[in-house]
Every structure is written in structure tokens, then in C-alpha cells.
Design a protein around this ligand. Structure first.
Ligand code: PMT
Length: 223
């Protein structure tokens, strides 16, 4: 990759699994390690971009030259992304954002009793959809983590969330999706499937995705 392909461009990447607290010591989360998003942030920085990485719970180490903003919940991630959205040129949403959050967060540790405990959940704000609605000049890349009908769900997300590209991974496949070092992705644009990548290390997936994104950003700018 050229070290200057994205020079002067502001890039926002989200990574990791959000943490939705029930009380001060308990929470709901998911298996995302942040590796995919961190690799994307690094690949963008390698191309000369000014990169901000908004990360929820992760196991990935920080990246030199990339600004790291730590958040916990979907709500905090929404706020952190919106704060930086107007000045962003490219936004890549690799985070696994909770779809539901507890309606109430207990201020003190929830005490056990002999009764059943029912936890009520409500929908979180869909960050990607919000970004799609507010999109002006930004190039917006969403992810789709599916276990079936990859193409159909990816195309549906692309349209509903007003994305320029959707990267779909079948998270039920070996070597793909959450937590591991490799991924298997397909890239969708408004015309349908653009590219199917074989199983690759997440760093290599990220490099190839960034190459595709740069190409598309240029095409879009030339329109
Ligand atoms: O972090 P790793 O361990 O490396 O794993 C990588 C990954 C599997 C998490 C990653 O490749 C991936 O697929 N990320 C998206 C996971 C996800 O939440 O997918 P989804 O299909 O539920 O959501 C679709 C898109 O909407 C995503 O871009 C997501 O960031 C976004 N979303 C979802 C819910 C919500 N409330 N707000 C959102 O913005």
C-alpha cells in the first residue's frame, strides 16, 4: 500500500464488543476481541490517514500512531462517533454493538434472592443507521455478522443503513468472525457482491479491504 493514499483523510474506526452494565460489577457483552477493527485502523494509518479508533471491550494492544478512544456501552460509542462524524472522511464500523441494553442500571450490586430474576432489555440506538441518515460527504462502511443468507442480509443492511460498502462475515464458519486471528469476508456494494476473500489473517483482510475502500472512494469522488 502507498503511504500516502489516505493522506489528509480523517478516518474513524470502531472496534470491540460493547459492555452493557446491569450493576457496578455485572454486564452483558459479546465475543468481539477488537482484532478486526484494530487491523483496519492500522491499515488506514499505514496509508497516511489521520485515524481515530473508538474501542469498546477488546484484547487487542494499542497501535502506534492511532488515536485510541475507549468507551464501554453502545450509548457511549454512539456519542464518541457522533462527536467526530462531521469531520470524518471515512467511517468503518467493525465493532460488535449490543442490540439491547438493560432498561435500568442498578447503582448497587444486585442482591440474590430465591425468586427468579427477570432482566428487562430495551433496544440500543443503531449507530450505523444513525450515521447513514446523517451522511453528507462521508464514505460509510458497515459490517454484517451473519450465520445464514449472507448476501441478502448484507444488501438489506447496505440499503437500510445507507452504507457505501458492507463487509459481511459468516460468523458460524471456522476461521471467520469473532475472536480468532483470521476472517473470511465478502464485500458488497450497491450493485451486489464485489469481492469474496479467502480465509486470511485479519491484518491481511484489513489491507485488502482498505485497498478496495480507497478505490471506491476515488470512484465516488469522481462521480
Ligand atoms: O472483533 P473481532 O473479534 O476481531 O471480530 C470481528 C467481528 C466479527 C466483530 C467483525 O468482523 C464484525 O462482523 N463486526 C460487526 C458485528 C456486528 O455487530 O454485526 P451486526 O450484523 O449485528 O451489525 C451490523 C452493523 O451495524 C455493524 O457495522 C455494527 O457495528 C452496526 N451496529 C449494530 C448495532 C447497533 N446498535 N449499532 C450499530 O452501529
Amino acid at each position: 500500500a502507498s503511504r500516502t493514499e489516505l493522506a489528509g483523510k480523517r478516518v474513524l474506526v470502531t472496534a470491540g464488543g460493547t459492555v452493557e452494565r446491569l450493576d457496578p460489577v455485572r454486564y452483558l457483552t459479546n465475543d468481539s476481541s477488537g482484532k478486526m477493527g484494530f487491523a483496519l485502523a492500522e491499515a488506514a494509518a499505514n496509508r497516511g490517514a489521520d485515524v481515530t479508533l473508538i474501542a469498546a471491550r477488546t484484547t487487542a494492544p494499542p497501535i502506534e500512531g492511532v488515536k485510541l478512544v475507549r468507551v464501554e456501552s453502545a450509548e457511549q460509542m454512539l456519542e464518541a462517533v457522533l462527536e467526530r462524524y462531521d469531520s470524518a472522511d471515512l467511517v468503518i464500523k467493525a465493532a460488535a454493538v449490543a442490540d439491547y441494553q438493560p432498561v435500568a442500571q442498578a447503582a448497587a450490586k444486585i442482591k440474590k434472592s430465591d425468586e427468579r430474576l427477570v432482566i428487562e432489555l430495551e433496544r440500543t440506538t443503531d449507530i450505523l443507521k444513525t450515521l447513514g441518515e446523517r451522511k453528507t460527504h462521508q464514505f460509510l462502511v458497515g459490517f454484517a455478522a451473519e450465520t445464514e443468507q449472507l448476501a441478502q442480509y448484507a444488501m438489506d443492511k447496505l440499503a437500510r443503513k445507507n452504507c457505501d460498502l458492507v463487509v459481511a462475515n459468516d460468523v458460524s464458519r471456522d476461521g471467520a468472525g469473532f475472536n480468532g486471528d483470521t476472517n473470511v469476508v465478502e464485500v458488497f456494494g450497491e450493485e451486489g457482491l464485489i469481492e469474496s476473500l479467502p480465509m486470511l489473517h485479519k491484518r491481511e483482510v484489513a489491507e485488502r479491504l482498505l485497498s478496495r475502500i480507497v478505490l471506491r472512494m476515488r470512484e465516488k469522488a469522481a462521480k
